[in-house]
Design a protein around this ligand. Structure first.
Ligand code: 9WN
Length: 416
């Protein structure tokens, strides 16, 4: 067996805390939402039971209104901030109060395909959970039915300190009721992490929403950060396609019709976010009404769930090539060379294996198999050279952030 494959499996085993996988030891000692979806797809390649378990344990944290939180605090740990006492969600199993990109249903379909016929019984409760969450997105995060879903916190994007939030986040005050006692910078180099000021704004938002008793309508009203986001909507649409597929397979015709209508709504809304002059799709800041023009990876993620016209796809892929030119590792999360580009600082430039995974699937969907293959090879080479790091400096190739990282291991298994 390829030694790296073996190593990837060992990382997933080492990060197992009893049916769920932590992203990495100490830095992230709980179960994270989209991390677990990627990890489940990794497990599905060799241990389908464990793959289902990952999603089942995540669903333990689902709220009555359908939201699946971004963190489930299954067991206490002192090595992460903010913990359950900061979130104050009063959920039976402690959880955070915000969500994360809905990769879950995408994973569920993959698990079902890996499990083969006869797996319907196990999949049913997970399908129900996914559908409930899907409905939550459209009701809580798109109350006006625009087709684009909004984020109320940068952590919900999974791309926490992306330059995409610079303008919107600057409006959020830096004052907090909760003392900000960071733990992350004790585990990894502070230069690779969000800045203190970002953390104060992150916690200001948590305080605001906790004061709303985590009621979605109140939060919507009080939010000083509200972005109708293109990457999340693109992932949601792919999840919707996979959910619709599962609904038909399970004989849930009414569900399938309902999901298909939501898919259509998002498909049309996303197309309206294409900006030919930027050669990217854009998010919309719902507080200012402006386009989010920051040059980040989010603008390319619609490849994953849209069958683009040739002209649009050509422009998008040419722009991707411009961004990747002369880099050791593609694909950068911020356009190289612009003022906000920081090749080592988290979501402000580095390359992430899971983002590449989404882009590779999107490129293939749109017929760019060669470009997808180049990106696949770049990702594999980065991991084989530097190990299973959280992310990679695209200029030097250096593995950065946490090491022995679960979703990098899962991506390797899937892409290798
Ligand atoms: C906050 C676990 C998570 C990922 C996110 C990534 C980072 C957390 C943090 O780690 O976010 O959710 O404390 O920095 O940005 O995408 O899910 O790997």
């Amino acid at each position: 067996m390829n030694t790296h494959t073996d190593q990837a499996k060992r990382i997933l085993a080492a990060n197992d805390r009893g049916g769920y996988t932590v992203p990495t030891d100490r830095l992230y000692p709980f179960q994270w939402n989209w991390d677990s979806a990627f990890v489940a797809m990794g497990f599905a390649l060799y241990d389908i039971d464990r793959a289902y378990r990952e999603l089942e344990r995540l669903v333990e944290g689902q709220w009555a209104d359908g939201m699946i939180p971004h963190i489930v605090f299954h067991a206490p740990s002192e090595t992460y901030f903010p913990g359950p006492n900061v979130w104050r969600t009063n959920h039976t199993i402690p959880t955070s109060g915000i969500t994360q990109p809905p990769v879950f249903a995408i994973a569920l379909r993959k698990l079902h395909e890996a499990a083969g016929k006869g797996a319907e019984e196990r999949i049913l409760p997970l399908y129900e959970a996914a559908l409930k969450w899907h409905r939550w997105w459209y009701s809580a995060r798109d109350p006006e039915g625009t087709g684009l879903v909004a984020l109320l916190h940068p952590w919900e994007s999974g791309s926490d300190n992306s330059p995409a939030w610079d303008i919107a986040l600057a409006r959020v005050p830096t004052t907090t009721d909760t003392p900000v006692v960071r733990k992350d910078t004790g585990h990894v180099d502070a230069d690779m992490r969000p800045r203190d000021e970002d953390y104060r704004r992150f916690i200001h938002l948590v305080d605001t929403y906790a004061a709303c008793g985590w009621d979605p309508a109140k939060q919507w009203e009080k939010a000083s950060f509200k972005v109708a986001e293109i990457q999340t909507t693109a992932i949601l649409l792919k999840a919707g396609e996979d959910l619709e597929h599962l609904a038909r397979l399970l004989g849930r015709t009414e569900d399938a019709i309902e999901i298909a209508a939501l898919n259509d709504r998002s498909r049309r809304a996303m197309m309206a976010q294409w900006r030919p002059d930027l050669a990217r799709f854009v998010s919309r800041d719902l507080i200012s009404g402006d386009d989010v023009e920051a040059a980040t990876q989010a603008g390319f993620i619609p490849l994953l769930s849209l069958d683009l016209d040739r002209q649009v796809a050509e422009a998008l892929v040419s722009e991707m090539k411009v961004w990747s030119k002369d880099l050791k590792v593609a694909f950068p999360t911020t356009k190289p060379g612009i003022a906000s580009w920081e090749p080592k600082r988290y979501w402000r430039g580095p390359a992430w294996a899971i983002i590449n995974w989404l882009l590779i699937d999107g490129l293939k969907r749109n017929g760019y198999t060669d470009v997808a293959e180049e990106l696949r090879q770049s990702t594999i080479a980065a991991i084989e050279t530097e190990g299973f790091a959280e992310y990679f400096d695209p200029v030097t190739g250096q593995g950065c952030g946490g090491l022995g990282f679960s979703w990098t291991a899962a991506a390797y298994l899937w892409l290798e």
